[in-house]
Ligand binder design. Structure first.
Ligand code: FMN
Length: 325
C-alpha cells in the first residue's frame, strides 16, 4: 500500500508502532520494521543517552529497515537530559523521531538539520495544527480510545480524524483503538494516511515484556480500562487492576485536593515491575480500549501481514462489492 506516510518514512506498510515505556526496546522495534512497518524505540526508557545510543546500535544489528525513536517531553521538575538523547539519536543515524507530550519546537532545528523526519503525537486538532505550524513532518492523531495519555478533550477518533483531515495539510496517522485491517481501512476512509498502534503491538511474540502482560491484554474486554489522574489533568488510560481501584478510591476521597504524592505508590516506578516481572497488580499501566479486539499473540510479521491482507480484502471485496449492485 502506498500513502503519504509510506513515502515519507520509506516503509512498505502504513503502520507505526508507537513509543511505549518499558515495551519499546530494540527487539520490538526491529521486529516491527522487519515486518515492513515502522518500529520505534522508546527513548526515555533508556536511563541515559549512552544507553539509548547502545539500544539504537542493537536495533541496527537486528534490522536494516528504517526505525525511529520516541522522545516524550514530560512536564517534570527534574528534566531528562534531552540534548543528550537528541545527540544519541543524531549520532546513531536515526532518521525518524516520534515526539509526544510538550511542544517539540525547541528541538526542531537540530532534528531537521540532521535530516530527521518528525512525527508529533497530538490528542486534538489545535495541537495538530500547532505541530504543522512549527514544521513537524507528520502527526499521529491520538483519539480518546487510546492507551496512555488521551489528553483532556475526550474526542474519539470517529470525530477527531475527519476533523484533523479537514484542517491539516501534512500527513497524519490514526492512533488509538487500531487493531486490524478494519481499523486501517476505516482510518484511511476518515482521512488518515495510515495508523499507529500501541496496545496491539504489546501482544506480539517479539514484545520483550512478561507473558502475564500479554495474557492480561488478551483476556481484557473493551470495558476493562479506566482513566486515572484526571483530577491532576494528566489523564492516563490504564488496564483496571487492584492498584488502579485503590488509586481511583483515593481520587474519590481526596477530590480536588489530590496531589501527585498521594498516588505515587500506584504510578511511580511501576513499569519495570509490571513489564519485566509480570507483577500485574504492582501499579497502573497504560492500555487501550482496543484490548477488547485483541485475542491472540502473533509474531509482528504475522500481525502486519494479516492486517494488510484484511485491509485489501475489505477494499476489494466488501467495499468495491457494495458498489457493484
Ligand atoms: C504500555 C504503554 C506505554 C506507553 N508509553 C508511551 C510513551 O512512553 N510515550 C508516548 O509517546 N506514548 C506512549 N504510549 C502511547 C502509544 O505510543 C500509542 O500512542 C497508544 O498506545 C495508541 O493507542 P492504542 O494503545 O489504542 O493503540 C504508551 C502506550 C502503552 C500501551
Amino acid at each position: 500500500m502506498k500513502t503519504r506516510i509510506t513515502e515519507l518514512f520509506g516503509i512498505q506498510h502504513p503502520i507505526i508502532q508507537g513509543g511505549m515505556h518499558f515495551v519499546g526496546f530494540a527487539e520490538l522495534a526491529a521486529a516491527v520494521s522487519n515486518a515492513g512497518a515502522l518500529g520505534i524505540i522508546t527513548g526515555l526508557t533508556q536511563r541515559t543517552p549512552a544507553d539509548l545510543a547502545r539500544e539504537i546500535r542493537r536495533c541496527r544489528d537486528l534490522t536494516d529497515k528504517p526505525f525511529g525513536v520516541n522522545l516524550t517531553f514530560l512536564p517534570t521538575v527534574a528534566s531528562p537530559d534531552y540534548p543528550g538523547y537528541i545527540r544519541a539519536i543524531i549520532e546513531g543515524g536515526v532518521k525518524i523521531v516520534e515526539t509526544a507530550g510538550n511542544n517539540p519546537q525547541k528541538w526542531m532545528p537540530a532534528l531537521h538539520e540532521a535530516g530527521i523526519k518528525v512525527i508529533h503525537k497530538c490528542t486534538s486538532v489545535r495541537h495538530s495544527l500547532k505541530a504543522e505550524a512549527i514544521g513537524c513532518d507528520a502527526v499521529s492523531v491520538d483519539g480518546f480510545e487510546c492507551g496512555g495519555h488521551p489528553g483532556e478533550d475526550d474526542v474519539p477518533n470517529f470525530i477527531l480524524l475527519p476533523r484533523a483531515a479537514e484542517e491539516l495539510k501534512i500527513p497524519f496517522v490514526a492512533s488509538g483503538g487500531m487493531a486490524d485491517g478494519r481499523s486501517l481501512v476505516a482510518a484511511m476512509a476518515l482521512g488518515a494516511d495510515g495508523m499507529n498502534m500501541g496496545t496491539r503491538f504489546m501482544a506480539t511474540k517479539e514484545a520483550p515484556i512478561h507473558d502475564n502482560v500479554k495474557q492480561a491484554i488478551v483476556a481484557a474486554s473493551e470495558l476493562d480500562t479506566r482513566l486515572v489522574m484526571r483530577p491532576l489533568r494528566n489523564t492516563e488510560r490504564v488496564l483496571r487492576n487492584a492498584a488502579v481501584d485503590r488509586l481511583l478510591e483515593k481520587e474519590r476521597e481526596l477530590g480536588a485536593s489530590i496531589k501527585f504524592e498521594d498516588i505515587i505508590e500506584q504510578v511511580a516506578g511501576v513499569y519495570p515491575k509490571i513489564m519485566k516481572e509480570g507483577a500485574m497488580d504492582a501499579g497502573a499501566w497504560s492500555c487501550g480500549m482496543v484490548a477488547g479486539l485483541i485475542r491472540d499473540v502473533p509474531s509482528c510479521r504475522e500481525l502486519v501481514d494479516r492486517i494488510m491482507a484484511q485491509a485489501e480484502s475489505i477494499i476489494r471485496q466488501r467495499l468495491a462489492g457494495s458498489l457493484a449492485g
